[in-house]
Design a protein around this ligand. Sequence first.
Ligand code: TRP
Length: 338
Amino acid sequence: MMSEKKIKKTVVSGIRPTGNLHLGNYFGAVRSFLKMQHDFNCYFFIADIHSLTTHPTPANLQAGVRQVLAEYLACGIDPEAATIFIQSDVPEVTELYTYLNMNAYLGELERTTSFKEKARTQPDNVNAGLLTYPVLMAADIIIHKANYVPVGKDQEQHLEMARTFANRFNRMYHHKLFPAPKPFTFDGKDMIKVPGLDGSGKMGKSSGNGIYLYEDPADIRKKVMRAVTDAGPTEMNQVKPEPVENLFTLMKIVSAPETVEYFENQYNSCQIRYGDMKKQLAEDIIAVTTPIRERILELVNDSEYLGKVARMGAEKARESAVRTLTEVRELIGLRKLY
Ligand code: TRP
């Protein structure tokens, strides 16, 4: 009988080991990963080599990798269901990156939006790794012959380049080795956009408006109480300004429907007290984050468990990577003379 794994489509996703997971990541990407891990043959990895473009200290790099691994596991990514690994544990990726670099052209790399952006904002660190970032990303993806890559808007161009490099390789060596990796779009109802607490826009790592999964309840209460509101409605059923709408959106994500309805009625009848609403919102956020936070704290210090997960992931990922690389070497003509 054919094993179930064979007929599942393959998904690859990389996570940079910088920053911590916030509510936006959790209700966006992470919850989709939790579903995907059972429906697809998933490779989720920590892109530690990619993060070297910004020259982290060895201690920071190491801490970042552990933290990200612990946070994803705490959210429920299951190392038995998905292959979770660390990029640098699979050296085959960098070998494929070398081969792909021979057919990646300076012009197309220089035209990449993210590269141009980095070249502009950090002119004193425009290194070659930054230039070939999309090539390494392509190697990550096609080494497992991925069919789908869940990506946000900011990664769409990189994924398009991965398709270009995959097709170019196939054409050059007259062999359909790599499938074209397609963007994975979650269905509408899963695409929850979590707003920030600063009145506008969505929760983001860099914007400093986020609530992190690891944060302790006192800090969460403080942040929520400081969230931007206004002087309150002056007319019945008044349209909500964005900062207030955002609080309601957050509440819809974390609170019970009755709670949301109660505050909607309070707002519509001009009786709302934002302080009360925020207090309730903070408690409901804390109810979501607390079990995850406790798991993170437990896991991040459990070197033995993290090591076991990383080793198991590396073994599974290498098996797939070695298989592809054997075919790649053969096609290129890198054949052993002995
Ligand atoms: N570039 C991605 C980011 O910044 C991380 C990444 C590296 C990635 N390799 C990948 C994502 C492969 C998907 C597939 O978020």
